[in-house]
Ligand binder design. Structure first.
Ligand SMILES: C[S@@+](CC[C@H](N)C(=O)[O-])C[C@H]1O[C@@H](n2cnc3c(N)ncnc32)[C@H](O)[C@@H]1O
Length: 334
């Protein structure tokens, strides 16, 4: 039982959100499921325990996540294979010679993308995601490459920063926040994440602060999304799914804010309409390899899960299954 097996593991790294629903979605899977955001390996573990027919290709852009989940899941031996990659690069990962050898004759039967950051990333002040404890202005999921938060703030202009804060975090006072953050950064007043939080708090009207949980939460979320280019990565992975997976594969996304969820919803709608540019009302004439159907409606965590793990409260799960498209050729054969 995954329940018993999961409970026997330490969830201090991260508690997997809606894992029962994820297990249910892949319950008939026999082959390789890609866990594109393996994090602490909780979802992968539940899937491996749930069925002996599932193998996992686990990827993440964070070395610490890969190290932790590799250790945690070592007991599953060859049933799991790890690769460091952004999920926007999945097409390249599955063409890697080592990965091809490991997949062998199995089929790719699905993928899971549990978006955002893990509790470990948020709680470890060295990573710079936390505003509760002072940490470096970093926020990179892949701590070995790309521009960190300090570099991002040094290069971004006020208009772009305001747009990013408004779209990905704090709708109110975005322009004011952008101006104050950039002025403080340029005067050298933002040495670490705690100082950045102070700038955010001091920029907002007192009456507004009184109404809310920590006002830095959403601003930090917006900065993290920008530093890691999260929304473009999401668009890229969804657009490439039809080239990686065939008929029968199931794809599941768990998102944590409306910007992510809207992109998943729109991307899935395009796949459901045919994965091609043929008018949705007509049968596909271009011979697209796959199209998709939604697996149920948007799912939310149950109240008992939210109570046990408050960080799950904003989760939204959407899933699709690739199916045979109706083509002109297949209609003629009827
Ligand atoms: C919410 S956690 C996943 C937790 C995991 N499902 C578990 O059970 O422990 C999100 C993980 O996705 C990774 N991640 C986020 N965006 C990514 C991307 N574009 N490519 C690869 N990994 C990504 C983060 O580094 C983090 O480890």
């Amino acid at each position: 039982m995954p329940e018993a097996a999961l409970n026997s593991y330490d969830s201090s790294y991260h508690s997997p959100v809606m894992w029962r629903e994820v297990v249910e979605i892949f319950s008939a899977a026999a082959g390789v499921v890609i866990d594109g955001t393996i994090g602490g390996g909780g979802h992968s573990q539940a899937l491996l325990v749930s069925s002996a027919d599932i193998r996992i290709l686990g990827t993440d852009r964070d070395d610490e996540a890969l190290e932790f989940s590799r250790e945690r899941l070592s007991g599953f031996g060859d049933r799991i294979h790890f690769a460091k990659a952004s999920f926007a690069e999945l097409g390249e990962v599955i063409r890697d010679a080592q990965v091809i050898d490991w997949i062998a004759t199995d089929r790719l039967v699905g993928a899971l993308f549990d978006l955002g950051v893990s509790s470990h990333q948020l709680d470890d002040s060295r990573r710079g995601f936390s505003f509760r404890n002072a940490g470096p202005l970093d926020m990179r999921m892949d701590a070995t490459s790309g521009t960190d938060l300090g570099g991002y703030l040094a290069g971004v202009d006020e208009r772009e920063l305001a747009r990013s804060i408004a779209e990905n975090g704090e709708r109110h006072f975005a322009r004011l926040l952008a101006r104050k953050i950039l002025a403080a950064t340029r005067s050298g007043a933002v040495a670490d994440t705690a100082a950045l939080r102070e700038i955010v708090v001091s920029a907002l009207p007192k009456a507004y602060l009184a109404k809310r949980t920590d006002p830095a939460t959403k601003v930090f979320q917006a900065l993290r999304i920008a530093v890691n280019d999260e929304l473009s990565q999401l668009d890229e992975v969804i657009a490439g799914l039809g080239e990686i997976f065939g008929v029968g594969a199931r794809i599941c996304f768990i998102s944590y804010h409306s910007g992510e969820d809207q992109r998943v919803k729109r991307g899935f709608a395009r796949l459901v309409e045919g994965g091609c540019t043929c008018p949705p009302a007509l049968a596909c004439v271009c011979g697209a390899q796959v199209t998709a159907r939604s697996l149920g409606r948007l799912m939310r965590p149950k109240p008992d899960e939210i109570q046990a793990n408050p960080r799950s409260r904003s989760a939204r799960l959407r899933a699709i299954e690739f199916i045979e498209p109706v083509t002109v050729a297949s209609l003629r054969g009827r």
